[in-house]
Design a protein around this ligand. Structure first.
Ligand code: HEM
Ligand SMILES: *[C@@H]1O[C@H](CO)[C@@H](O)[C@H](O)[C@H]1NC(C)=O
Length: 486
């Protein structure tokens, strides 16, 4: 018995020696690496935040961890992140390949596509189409205001009682991006809408959960029917749904008269540009990426904003005062009104700062051997920009650790945006939906605060601010009391 244990132990030691991980020369410091597992045994995979915090405290602005046998470098603070993502952007704008996410998305689309021509062409197309009004007669603003009428009707039904805003905000955000992509919206109790939202939220939680780590770490397990299969199944369902939507567009479109982003893409395909990366399979992933990215982010930010506005009724009232003054006699708010609403602007930005919706950004990857802060980082290293660390960095904010709109106001009460406001990340990979997201947040918050007062229900106990961790972070589910304002 003892003999076989010793033998087993001996074999393990031998195995460890053979496959010992050799850190590259002059690599950023980090905890000791265990073969096969990297640093994953030292980290609580279900909620790694506490362990990361300890590492960050110990090593400072740049440190390395191993995800299995793959080296990753975590970047902290504005200076380090800017140096990588902005100043050395061409070295730092790749996306990790050979991982669960890249296999699920097949490296296509835009979010997880590697740095190269197909990504660049799709990104340029998306930005241009979203910015210009290449989307039919309706402006982006009207699409959002149109959806708001449905949102208001739904909230009015709950006036005088309490309700849970979770699915409602996700539905509204999903509808707004649907209107842009497909020129359609769904009723809030529509099954298709519910399926989209469930699949999107599940995917963002699986994608950085423990099973994704195991998939990335142990390639031998990949063919087995383990829980990470769910990511592939979800994505297949989403692809089918999106393909069906695109087929309908192909049948009903009038070339040259685009109704929405899908039509614009089909027009682009008609041009048959030599060597273009545009094709129908790319279109499916591209549309799915925009749909997912536009749903879970904006809605989680809204959930955080309303949570804090209920907990700080004085701040909510001050918003309402400003709204009433500026919009007096006007039926509807316009995006231009933001220039006369410094306080609302400050509250929205402060909500985004506290919401910290995408805390570790989307992982980047080095595209060449490079240098950062005096360290050497080889090509193919995973880069994790810790955006949270910038959003509450000491020295960058007047009140880094509390919800306080003064973080975005100067002494004259004017709106100012510090450089450290980076919830959308920075550099060539920065969120391409920023314009849309900012318009949504402003129009939705102003319209809802003008019409309703939101109150933390008396029987709801103390608010719990601990977020639920994922690629996107969301507040713990809560209820709110909706009251009509006069
Ligand atoms: C409050 C809302 C939002 C937040 C906080 C947010 C945040 C982010 C962040 C942090 C990234 C990663 C950037 C990087 O890799 O460095 C990103 C990427 C992206 N976002 Fe957003 N986002 C929001 C809304 C949206 C919306 C509404 C859309 C849809 C139009 C969108 C589309 C995208 C796309 C396509 C990418 C990938 C860009 C690329 O890889 O080149 N996002 N977003
Ligand atoms: C990112 O920074 C925040 C705040 O400084 C810290 O709490 C968190 O643990 C860091 N995460 C990682 C992965 O280093």
């Amino acid at each position: 018995m003892l003999g076989s244990w010793i033998l087993l132990g001996f074999c393990f030691c031998l195995l460890f020696l053979i496959i010992r991980i050799q850190k590259p020369k002059n690599f950023p410091p980090g905890p000791r690496v265990v073969p096969i597992f990297g640093n994953l045994l030292q980290i609580n995979l279900k909620n790694p935040l506490k362990d990361f915090e300890k590492l960050a405290e110990r090593y400072g602005n740049i440190y390395s961890i191993y995800i299995g046998s793959r080296p990753a470098v975590v970047l902290h603070g504005l200076k380090t992140i800017k140096e990588a993502l902005v100043i050395k952007s061409s070295d730092f704008s790749g996306r990790p390949q050979n991982s669960l996410v890249s296999h699920v998305t097949e490296g296509k689309g835009i979010i997880f596509a590697d740095y190269g021509a197909p990504w660049k062409e799709h990104r340029r197309f998306a930005l241009m189409t979203l910015r210009n009004f290449g989307l039919g007669k309706q402006s982006m603003e009207n699409r959002i205001l149109g959806e708001l009428e449905h949102l208001i009707a739904k909230l009015e039904k709950h006036a005088g009682s309490t309700m849970s805003p979770q699915t409602l905000f996700h539905s509204a955000a999903s509808n707004i991006i649907s209107l842009v992509l497909f020129a359609i919206r769904f009723e809030y109790d529509d099954e298709t809408l519910k399926i989209y939202i469930r699949l999107f939220t599940e995917l963002t939680k699986i994608a950085n959960g423990p099973w994704a780590m195991i998939y990335d770490m142990l390639p031998l397990l990949r063919p087995l029917p383990l829980p990470f299969k769910k990511a592939f199944d979800n994505f297949d369902t989403l692809k089918k749904m999106t393909r069906a939507m695109i087929s309908k567009h192909i049948k009903t479109r009038v070339p040259g008269e685009p109704r929405d982003l899908v039509d614009c893409y089909l027009d682009e395909l008609d041009k048959e540009v030599e060597g273009s990366s545009f094709d129908v399979e790319q279109l499916v992933r591209f549309i799915l990426n925009l749909h997912a990215a536009g749903t879970d982010t904006t809605s989680n930010t809204l959930l955080t904003a309303f949570l804090y506005l209920m907990v700080h009724p004085d701040i909510q009232e001050k918003c309402q005062q400003e709204i009433d003054e500026v919009l007096e006699g006007k039926a509807q708010v316009t995006f231009d009104d933001r220039h006369n609403m410094p306080y609302i602007q400050a509250v929205i930005h402060e909500s985004q700062r506290i919401a910290d919706t995408v805390p570790l950004s989307v992982f980047h990857c080095t595209t060449a051997d490079t240098q950062l802060m005096g360290y050497s980082i080889p090509k193919g290293t995973i880069i994790i920009p810790n955006l949270s660390s910038v959003l509450n960095e000491e020295g960058q904010w007047k009140f880094p650790h509390e919800f306080n709109p003064a973080n975005f106001l100067n002494d004259q009460g004017q709106f100012v945006k510090p450089d450290a406001f980076t919830p959308f990340s920075a550099g060539p990979r920065t969120c391409l939906g920023e314009g849309l997201a900012r318009m949504e947040l402003f129009l939705i918050l102003v319209t809802l605060l003008r019409r309703f007062k939101f109150v933390w229900p008396e029987d709801a106990g103390e608010p719990d601010f601990t977020p639920i961790y994922g690629i996107t972070v969301t507040p713990k589910p809560y209820r709110m009391e909706v009251r009509l304002r006069q």
